[in-house]
Design a protein around this ligand. Sequence first.
Ligand SMILES: Nc1ncnc2c1ncn2[C@@H]1O[C@H](COP(=O)(O)OP(=O)(O)O)[C@@H](O)[C@H]1O
Ligand SMILES: Cc1cn([C@H]2C[C@H](O)[C@@H](COP(=O)(O)OP(=O)(O)O)O2)c(=O)[nH]c1=O
Length: 219
Amino acid sequence: MAGKFISFEGPDGAGKTSVLQQIEHDLEAELGANQVLYTREPGGNPISEQIRQLLFNPANTEMDGRTEALLFAAARRQHIVSEIVPALKADKVILCDRYVDSSIAYQGAGRQLGEEAVWQMNQFAIDGLLPQLTIYLDIESALGLRRIAEHRADQVNRLDKEQLSFHRTVRQAYLRLYHQYPERIKLIDASQPLAKVIADVRQTIHARYPDLFAEESKR
Ligand SMILES: Nc1ncnc2c1ncn2[C@@H]1O[C@H](COP(=O)(O)OP(=O)(O)O)[C@@H](O)[C@H]1O
Ligand SMILES: Cc1cn([C@H]2C[C@H](O)[C@@H](COP(=O)(O)OP(=O)(O)O)O2)c(=O)[nH]c1=O
């Protein structure tokens, strides 16, 4: 499979959606729209979108943490089979908004199910498929939550409602993953102005794939 699989990670409010919009636009201009797949977890296909509805329905207050972790993994599995593998086979660049690291950080650490346990459980779902590059947008938790409160208060979902301490725990887990997998995971300071964050992301992608964003080497 010749495609390029890039995942984007970070605590809520880090700016993934904003950054990905621009990166997708730029890559499509460079490669053509049919060579780029932007997709998000959980979701990206009808089955995973139905699981997403279950996960994010604010009425599901009784959902057990392990149930939540299993549903994220189930949505991930279907997303791999329906979206990622076909795109890899078609030699596309895949921009994936969240992947298995989100489960380690949110369910493993945030929900205290255990990072190793959630990692092991997810092996069945991912069957060895990891991104070649993971871009981690790092932000201090209070700042991330402030951005959501200021700009996206109408779209707050069940998980966004967690306390500051939950988000801090999630961030610490991301930082552990970053130290554990320095080859795969690259950290970008997401507290910078959006244009600078995007510039850093472009450079990071170019460093891993020299044929993408080739003009970066002239800077
Ligand atoms: N670098 C930035 N500086 C200031 N505000 C930002 C920055 N990046 C994103 N935002 C704003 O913060 C909010 C959350 O960003 P978003 O891209 O939705 O984050 P995420 O998808 O990671 O949760 C949005 O309203 C967005 O406009
Ligand atoms: C993929 C994944 C996401 N999540 C959470 C993180 C976010 O709070 C939420 C995704 O919501 P989403 O609305 O897609 O927000 P964002 O723009 O921040 O990605 O789901 C998990 O808890 N575990 C997972 O495995």
